[in-house]
Design a protein around this ligand. Structure first.
Ligand code: ZN
Ligand code: ZN
Length: 346
């Protein structure tokens, strides 16, 4: 069954898919201005403008309707008098107003296509595996690079080139390279200051392969890993291993998250691990399912998630260790497998 055929039985009324990644998932069309209307019986119409018309005509299993420049303006007329589901997360208020003014009755929905995307097909897993393998190669090479005296921005640029050289389409998101106190900010901005000896450097980066993202974090030591820095590194690694061990089909997101907090809380560091354990990865770097304290996601074989606990000591240093895994029938398999032993860089 194709993706549209799997979506249709989940629908109570026709669904107007306007999330561009969801449009891509359902039809293969990459466009900045497109929508697809799927009805519960499985018929689908793809709307886009002249710029994408040729690619849209090649999509199997859908009717193609070419619209003027703005798809939503055209849909307001085409769907006038009809009741359609819309994707609340992917329809702007301005677009909703345009549709309503045109006489379209909107029913808010969430997560319909995202629910399908959460369970990867073999072809998707293959792309994710390749992205993971490239990530492993690039992180191994990164560990052989000099860090001391170079800036976070320079290393981020090195990574950007390395992704291309290793055969990826490019980065899946802007790399985070953060030493010292910057590492205590989970989403740190790159700085132009030289990296010193004797600190920790958090590197969170990923590549894109056929549209599928990798996402991996390693924390490097400039100089020999010992003392206090080694202790917090080992604690974070224990939390990561505990999180990985809790992943299996049927596990609930919040329980997997909780498993990763036991060691950190026992060490009195619970307040320094302020984000969720992980997130789904696929066409988007962040997608379903989620591993967070409030997550009720139930894991299924074929989900791809990250496992990324962190310890952030404000004004001091941070550690994060992140792998991307696929949920298997009895646990999980890592898609990023580069070493998690502490790596000392020069
Ligand atoms: Zn990451
Ligand atoms: Zn992540």
């Amino acid at each position: 069954m194709n993706r549209i055929e799997r979506l249709a039985p989940r629908l109570e009324e026709p669904l107007l898919v306007t999330g561009l990644v969801n449009v891509r998932y359902l039809t293969g069309l990459e466009s900045s201005n497109a929508a697809v209307l799927v009805d519960p019986a499985g018929a689908a119409t793809l709307y886009t403008d002249f710029r994408y018309a040729e690619a849209a005509r090649d999509v199997d299993g859908v009717e193609f309707h070419q619209t003027p420049r703005y798809v939503v303006t055209a849909l307001a007329e085409l769907l006038s008098g009809r009741r359609v589901g819309v994707e609340a997360a992917h329809l702007s208020l301005a677009s909703a107003d345009t549709l309503r003014t045109g006489g379209v009755e909107l029913v808010s929905t969430t997560g319909l296509v995202e629910g399908l995307r959460a369970v990867k097909e073999p072809g998707e897993l293959e792309a994710l595996r390749r992205a993971g393998a490239i990530s492993d190669r690039v992180y191994t090479e990164l560990g052989e690079q000099p860090f001391v005296g170079r800036t976070e921005a320079e290393l981020a640029w090195w990574l950007e080139q390395a992704w291309h050289e290793a055969g990826a389409d490019g980065p899946s998101f802007g790399a985070i390279v953060a030493f010292g106190e910057n590492g205590a900010r989970p989403h740190a901005k790159l700085r132009d200051e030289p990296i010193p000896e004797g600190t920790l450097v958090v590197v969170d980066a990923g590549c894109s392969v056929d549209g599928y993202a990798s996402d991996c974090t390693r924390t490097f030591f400039t100089g020999q890993p010992d003392g206090r820095l080694r202790e917090i590194y080992d604690l974070c690694l224990q939390a990561q291993i505990d999180g990985l061990a809790a992943i299996r089909p049927g596990a609930i997101g919040r329980d997997v998250d909780a498993a990763s907090r036991v060691a950190i809380e026992a060490a009195g560091m619970g307040d320094h691990y302020g984000h969720g354990l992980g997130h789904g990865v696929g066409l988007d770097v962040h997608e379903e399912p989620n591993l967070r304290p409030e997550s009720s996601s139930v894991l299924e074989a074929g989900n791809v998630v990250t496992v990324e606990p962190g310890i952030y000591l404000s004004g001091d240093v941070g550690v994060r260790i992140e792998d991307m895994v696929v949920v298997t029938d009895d646990g999980c398999e890592r898609l990023t497998a580069v070493t998690k032993d502490p790596v000392a860089v020069g």
